[in-house]
Design a binder for this molecule. Structure first.
Ligand code: TRP
Ligand code: SF4
Length: 327
């Protein structure tokens, strides 16, 4: 039986950090074993918020691809592509925009939240309101059966499903209605305990050097109740401990769990141990990345190959769409 397809994308607004790794990329890596995966760099989507300073977009496109490859996403199993290279996405976005009621976009909770959160950027634009319509085009173009996304993106996939149904109802069955494959939310927070994000300046990046890791881990906020060295701590609310749980040996984790509660270990020492485990854990990723950086031709070939595979499918879909819409 033909493998089912999944589609997902990330906006190129910087390098990948631990939040991406444990929130999305490692999930993609598991999925590549069972699905035909289409993973793309959503540069048009990045432009909706970065249009005033778009330099970061091109800068991070290859950075992101290198990060994806170095964590073990495999070009034999996945098709990687750049959204803006497949013009058909824009064409399908246009057609979907004709059949998408404004009310669907205006009531979208992610949209409302971002209008509030991104108040320092002017996102009161036509393009930003239409963000989920373009996303529907990304997904439906490849007739994906599933879309792996985090909780915040679930409303967008819901909208995609509604657009697919509406199109099929109006013009005949062209599109598959995809399922949301909800990625379990990662427990990792940024060094200030907020959600890890480049824009909060609280991230640990996959490409950080040992020195950068030491420095960032050193600045991490631990259990906020543990003010003094002799206060007992609670590892369950400590982000340093969350990283220990992923990167340290079970034996170390077990000990810290006890010694923190009995104040037998201080946060400085605990952080040192964590930073060591983290560096060790990230080492294979960094090594792989160094190798890839020495062979950028190969990396460019991977993306060009992906672009052409994506394009071939996009052309087929657009043929069907035009037939259906009779245009
Ligand atoms: N909106 C997604 C995000 O901000 C990125 C994205 C664009 C996407 N197109 C997509 C995700 C299609 C999944 C499928 O994270
Ligand atoms: Fe967190 Fe470790 Fe400090 Fe406990 S000892 S509060 S787990 S950093």
């Amino acid at each position: 039986m033909a493998q089912k397809r999944i589609v997902s994308g990330i906006r190129p607004t910087g390098k990948m950090h631990l939040g991406h790794l444990h929130g999305a990329l490692l999930n993609w890596k598991r999925l590549q074993e069972g699905y035909k995966c289409f993973f793309f760099i959503a540069d048009w989507h990045a432009l909706t918020s970065e249009y005033a300073h778009p330099g970061i977009i091109r800068e991070s496109t290859y950075d992101m691809l290198l990060d994806w490859l170095s964590i073990g996403l495999d070009p034999e199993k996945c098709t990687f592509f750049i959204q803006s290279r497949i013009k058909e996405h824009a064409e399908l976005n246009l057609i979907f925009s004709m059949i998408t009621p404004l009310a669907w976009l205006e009531r979208n909770p992610t949209y409302k939240e971002q209008l509030r959160e991104l108040s320092q950027k002017n996102v009161q634009t036509y393009g930003f309101l239409g963000y989920p319509v373009l996303q529907a085009a990304d997904i439906l173009m490849y007739k994906a059966s599933g879309v792996p996304v985090g909780e915040d993106q679930a409303p967008h996939v819901e909208l995609t499903r509604e657009i697919a149904r509406r199109f099929n109802h109006l013009y005949g069955e062209v599109f598959t209605v995809p399922d949301t494959l909800l990625t379990p939310t990662s427990r990792l927070l940024g060094i200030d305990r907020r959600k890890m994000s480049k824009s909060y300046n609280n991230a640990i990046f996959l490409t950080d050097t040992d020195e950068e890791i030491d420095e960032r881990v050193g600045r991490m906020i631990t259990d906020p109740q543990r003010a003094r060295r002799n206060d007992p701590g609670d590892p369950d609310v400590c982000n340093v401990f969350s990283i220990h749980q992923i990167y340290s040996d079970p034996e170390i984790v077990k000990n810290i769990n006890m010694e923190c509660r009995s104040s037998d270990i201080g946060c400085v020492e605990c952080k040192k141990k964590m930073a060591d485990s983290l560096k060790k854990g990230l080492e294979p990723i960094r090594a792989r990345r160094k190798e890839l950086e020495l062979d950028m031709k190969k990396v460019r070939d991977i993306i060009e190959d992906g672009n052409s595979r994506a394009m071939a499918i996009a052309r087929e879909t657009m043929k069907e769409v035009k037939e259906a819409v009779k245009i």
